[in-house]
Design a protein around this ligand. Sequence first.
Ligand SMILES: C[S@@+](CC[C@H](N)C(=O)[O-])C[C@H]1O[C@@H](n2cnc3c(N)ncnc32)[C@H](O)[C@@H]1O
Length: 242
Amino acid sequence: MFSIFTKSKFGFLEKLEFLQTFASFIISRVSPAVVHNLEKYQAIKKVFYLSAIEDIEGDYLEFGMYTGSSFCHAIRCSKNLSNINQEIKKMKFYGFDSFEGFGNVDDSEKHPFYEDQNFSTDILKVKRRVSKVSKPENFSIIPGFFEDSLKQSPESYGITKSRIIFIDSDTYSSAQEALQFSLSTIQSGTFIILDDFYSYKGDQALGIAGAFNKFIEENHLSARRVLDYGMGGIVFIIKRQK
Ligand SMILES: C[S@@+](CC[C@H](N)C(=O)[O-])C[C@H]1O[C@@H](n2cnc3c(N)ncnc32)[C@H](O)[C@@H]1O
């Protein structure tokens, strides 16, 4: 018969109930956006480190900059790795964004959270912010909707190889345009960071995941998952077949 004097199987752990409740209280209250961004920063740091120890050449391309916070973080991460790999100093940073949100998107791409009013920002403020962490010659911000700004070749912007590509523009069409633009720059060892990979109810044919899966298949690339972060972010490393 159970008695209050019976020694619990979990012993000391049971006494930690207070601590468990306290941890739950704190964790449930932290904003999901804060959790996501902190883990995204960690993921970017890990990817820069991995690319440095593997001696991957090339530049950082970010599609979807918004206020420039992840872009500035990427620059900071690279600066702190030059003691591991001097070559990282040669890296340039390219950011692409309309600075007006998503523009006209097809009905199939509509999503309750990806709305223009959530993502319109001032490019001058973004430029000022980035200038505080980087010399002007080391970064380039290219404004415009991808369907216009990515019509040109990467070479026309001075990009030949990509070391890290970050796609954070949320929709299928924008991710497809970003990936197609980047194709010639991708080498074995290029890292591709994809935010919002599980959006659109996890449908593998929609959103960023849909564009990425199709891109990998059509171009005969192989993609190995490196890590997951935040509220649905993922990182892959690419191997080119030829
Ligand atoms: C989630 S925000 C980027 C957040 C940013 N990477 C960060 O972590 O600080 C998405 C951005 O993608 C941009 N975007 C979405 N679709 C686009 C398109 N077709 N062309 C250009 N920019 C686009 C939006 O303007 C928005 O600023």
